[in-house]
Design a protein. Structure first.
Length: 226
């Protein structure tokens, strides 16, 4: 038997890991695996070491999770603070109010999905929100995407071209359409439904913050009428 293998067995029986044995003897871990793979006592040591590592890792993982949570809470607070500063400058802008109200009524309000998404069948409504994204939130058009929801009999490319022309948004910004079955055989939306979306936690944080600020603004401005 090789001398280093004999020493490796001694160290392994002392419940040393492959890393520790490799550091002491200079034997590759792949070689150690071959030497010990059929030894039940070594497998039991591996199991014990794995359990021990998991126990030791839990406090570290908790600390990492807490640190990561605090980091993101700080970032989200920065998003909210910036939104509050911008609100006082934007409140007089009709496009800001229009876009905010459209999203309040029609938009996705789940903050965690980080998706700013509004769906409607009216091209003019979608166009106003598109202008809100571009001119108020200053989002480049390349980051704004369109997804159509169509009935099976509607030809995908033809309707993409139709919406593209109405919105003045190139086909390259259209995602794969979704197909749905309508509940009524005749009363269907002729153009399908258009969903306009941007993926950004920062933007969504802003919009959600603006909702609360606008509600407060309206309450204070018109409280005498209540």
């Amino acid at each position: 038997m090789r001398k280093d293998r004999h020493l490796a067995i001694q160290l392994r029986r002392q419940k040393k890991s492959y890393n520790e044995i490799s550091n002491v003897l200079g034997v590759p871990k792949s070689t150690l695996h071959v030497w010990f793979k059929n030894n039940q006592w070594s497998l039991k040591i591996k199991e014990d070491l794995t359990k021990k590592a998991r126990i030791l890792a839990k406090p570290k993982l908790r600390l990492m999770a807490m640190a990561n949570k605090k980091k993101w809470e700080k970032i989200h607070t920065q998003f909210q603070d910036k939104a509050k500063k911008e609100f006082t400058l934007l409140i007089k802008d009709p496009l800001f109010v229009a876009g905010l109200m459209l999203y309040w009524g029609e938009g996705d309000k789940v903050l965690k999905n980080c998706l700013v998404r509004l769906s409607n069948s009216d091209p003019e409504l979608i166009k106003v929100f598109y202008l809100f994204l571009k001119n108020v939130l200053l989002i480049s058009k390349e980051k704004i995407f369109i997804k159509l929801i169509l009935y099976p009999e509607l030809e995908d490319l033809a309707y993409k071209k139709s919406w593209s022309n109405k919105l003045n948004i190139p086909l390259s910004q259209f995602k794969k359409s979704a197909i749905i079955l309508g509940k009524h055989p005749t009363k269907r939306l002729s153009l399908g439904i258009c969903s306009i979306e941007v993926s950004s936690r920062k933007i969504k944080e802003k919009i959600i913050t603006w909702f609360a600020l606008y509600q407060k603004y309206i309450s204070e401005k018109y409280i005498h009428l209540v």
